[in-house]
Design a protein around this ligand. Sequence first.
Ligand SMILES: Nc1ncnc2c1ncn2[C@@H]1O[C@H](COP(=O)(O)OP(=O)(O)OP(=O)(O)O)[C@@H](O)[C@H]1O
Ligand SMILES: [Mg+2]
Length: 301
Amino acid sequence: MELLKASDLVKGYGNTNAVNGINFHIEEGRCVSLLGPNGAGKTTTLKMLSGLLEPTSGSIDFKGEKAKDLRPFIGYLPQYPAFYNWMSGKEFLVFAGQLAKLNRKEAEKRSEELLERMGLANAKKRKIRGYSGGMKQRLGLAQALIHRPELLILDEPVSALDPLGRREVLDMMREIKKETTILFSTHVLHDAEEISDSILIMHAGEIAISGSLRSVMEEYRQPILQIEFEAPAADWLKSIASYSFVSEVNIQGNKTSIVLKDMVNGKQTLLKDIVERKLPVRKFEISQTTLEDLFMRVVKS
Ligand SMILES: Nc1ncnc2c1ncn2[C@@H]1O[C@H](COP(=O)(O)OP(=O)(O)OP(=O)(O)O)[C@@H](O)[C@H]1O
Ligand SMILES: [Mg+2]
């Protein structure tokens, strides 16, 4: 079922549009990542969906109806969450629960449940001031889930964390996605590949690519040859651009990646060349373009 649909959504600031007429929908039960470089319009989009920013034009439907106030249905963790550092984790959650219109008793019960789930039960009486980055983000997740929202929106939930904190939060998200639809933004492609089912790639206020992770990868994947030399082979690399099966040559020091239109023919011809010219090859590897390659292509275009 379609949970949320954005139609021709625009947010303008002065003469420019931070979000320039985007269309997409989110299916119930999916985990969707919103990818894009700095300034792409991710935060602006997520704020409009969570009701924190009024769109300049366009509409948002929730479960097939025009959305009025989506706050009861959406949990939101901002890119830069602000906590009351003098509160304990539990006090903060009860407070957040009451803001989300739970009564005191419900807020207490739900807070205990979520503290347990987020691995914060032992720290619940400690002041937030003493929490690690990962603990704060997990508390932020608990805050966003306090009123059992149907859609959880997370703005860069792991970008500011060290590898350990990042792992903790990604593991939590993997658990949450079993029962709640998630939309999260990131510029870390590896995280998107790891936990999302669908992706939206945003660039300069527009959605450049969208679809299930698998279909996007299948549609855009290209074979690639990675060659590492012991000494520069610039002359030969310059010459191979003229082969019809070569679509792109990227040279970085002694390492070269060659995007091919035809792997079978390309591999044979290039290997033959290398042998005939006695080029000093250290590594010759066949692979496929990654989400990162696709992302870089979109961002550079
Ligand atoms: N309040 C504002 N006033 C004017 N321009 C703004 C405002 N908020 C955002 N913008 C501009 O809108 C564009 C999109 O910003 P946004 O914060 O949505 O990007 P983002 O994809 O979240 O970037 P980041 O990865 O850095 O978080 C940027 O060019 C930004 O400068
Ligand atoms: Mg942002």
